[in-house]
Design a binder for this molecule. Structure first.
Ligand code: UDP
Ligand code: MG
Length: 138
């Protein structure tokens, strides 16, 4: 069990003006921000980030969506961070996500689902390193 996870507020939630409300929920759930940036992904970088899904039918659409506008990337700290954050954001498909979860409240649909959360401690470290240098985190 590690105490860090990685998240992105995706282009749909950013464009819909939900970034502040989402960050507020994350902090109120007990996560501490240890790195944060507003940025955007080129199609190449989005493809690299989601390379594990390259063979899936939704990969092209996912890359196009994730490179369509600004995102907010962050590293978060809390005990049991990866698992607790996945609970806070809810299921991939917002229609199936529990009441009150970030995806249930803010996501548009299965593809445009508002927020990313790492699925393991190893991926949390890899994804955090994808966006942040040592100087950009506390
Ligand atoms: N996705 C999609 N269609 C699907 C499954 C996933 O468009 O059938 C998108 C969605 O944005 C999701 C991302 O691809 O968040 C990565 O999929 P994954 O299965 O890793 O879901 P997550 O870990 O984000 O819940
Ligand atoms: Mg995933």
């Amino acid at each position: 069990m590690s105490n860090r996870t990685f998240t992105m507020i995706k282009p749909d939630a950013f464009a819909n003006g939900h970034s502040g409300a989402i960050i507020d929920r994350i902090i109120k759930a007990g996560f501490k921000i240890v790195a944060l940036k507003l940025t955007s992904l080129s199609a190449e970088k989005a493809g690299e980030f989601y390379a594990v899904h390259k063979q899936r039918p939704f990969y092209g659409e996912l890359v196009e969506f994730m490179s369509s506008g600004p995102i907010i990337a962050a590293i978060l700290e809390k005990n049991n961070a990866v698992e607790d954050f996945r609970k806070l954001i809810g299921a991939t498909d917002p229609a199936k996500a529990d009441e009150g979860t970030i995806r249930r409240v803010f996501a548009e649909n299965l593809g445009r689902n508002a927020i990313h959360g790492s699925d393991s401690d190893d991926n949390a470290a890899i994804e955090g390193n994808f966006f942040f240098s040592g100087l950009e985190r506390i």
